[in-house]
Write a protein that binds this ligand. Sequence first.
Ligand code: NAD
Ligand code: IPM
Ligand code: MN
Length: 361
Amino acid sequence: MARIAVIPGDGIGPEVMGEAVRILGVLSEHPELDLEWEAWDLGAERFLRSGVTISDEDFHRLAEDYDAILLGALGDPRVPGNEHARDILLGLRFRLDLYVNYRPCTVRHSRHSPLRSPLGAAMDVHIFRENTEGSYAGVGGAIRQGTPDEVAIQEDVNTYKGVERIVRAAFDFARGRGGNRLTMVDKANAMPAAGGLWRRVFQEVAQEFTEIDTEVMYVDAMAMDLVRRPDHHQVVVTSNLFGDILSDLGAVLSGGLGMAASANVHPGRHALFEPVHGSAPDIAGQGAANPMAAILCVALLLEHLGWRWAGARVEAAVQAALEEDVGTPDLGGDASTGQVGLWLADHLRNDRNLWERDTHG
Ligand code: NAD
Ligand code: IPM
Ligand code: MN
């Protein structure tokens, strides 16, 4: 039995999570998929109602009582500083020590690439973003705020252990895919202390993975190169902040934020799956949000739980929708969030490769 905590969150979060849960519902009818989920009331509503963003007990239960967490999005204009989002989202990443933020950027349909074909359509980049330190570590502070003498310091924290484990995770992934190219991205020319550590660790770990081609690039050049040679890059490892920025770029180059799923993982311990997109206040409540990113998170979650074959069927359902041009307005379609979710649920219900798996292996 796999237990999943579902945190719909804010804005379009509940809309896309509703469709992800619909898919979980279909899958849970499969005899081999023993799934159970529970919705969690965490987000702006609860914070505005109770003044509590997330409690120690919540963290404890989310860590102990579930096999995985599925999260929609956090961020609400009624909470201008979005402190609840920081406490919950960054809180979970940090306190559960989810050091791998895996963000695949794969073009699923050539019509989704804003770049020239065939280069654009060939994009299949897998970003490994460090997820527990860097500029997100919360080290720093401000003094004399609101005066002309204000000083604001936000430190970039890079530890040997933190860099080594994310670099290793990226190498392991590249090896699993059969000796791909791994590119490490930093800004060592302007930030030599951090860059020096990253480059040294990258070289050290590379000695254990001699079959993998390695490359080092500055982040500005990488932003340019993802557009110039989207087909060249395969696996990318980088810091928290650079990974955040490059993964939005990677998302828009491969189908848009509505298609981009991500996993936050501490291998062997905890995992949280969430779309790369945020709460999209500009389209919330309109039924216009693309639920595919959230549903592709279900695919990543299934793979994490050891049901890769089922995750592959979810991906195949999304692919089928794209082939038939079923999609929300961000994909140029005219379907609503719910219509896309229903279409995918129906497709899965009729997918013989899913249901006959127990008899045909
Ligand atoms: P956003 O990702 O919410 O939206 C950026 C643009 O993409 C908007 O135009 C939006 O309409 C569009 N978009 C996003 N998801 C979409 C989807 N599924 N279907 C169709 N269009 C989609 O980023 P933002 O506007 O910078 O942030 C809004 C709020 O979300 C902020 O409070 C931010 O802090 C928060 N945020 C949260 C997360 C998270 O919870 N993981 C991630 C990013 C941003
Ligand atoms: C993301 C988001 C978050 C981040 C924000 C909401 C703190 O942009 O998941 O990419 O920067 O990590
Ligand atoms: Mn982001």
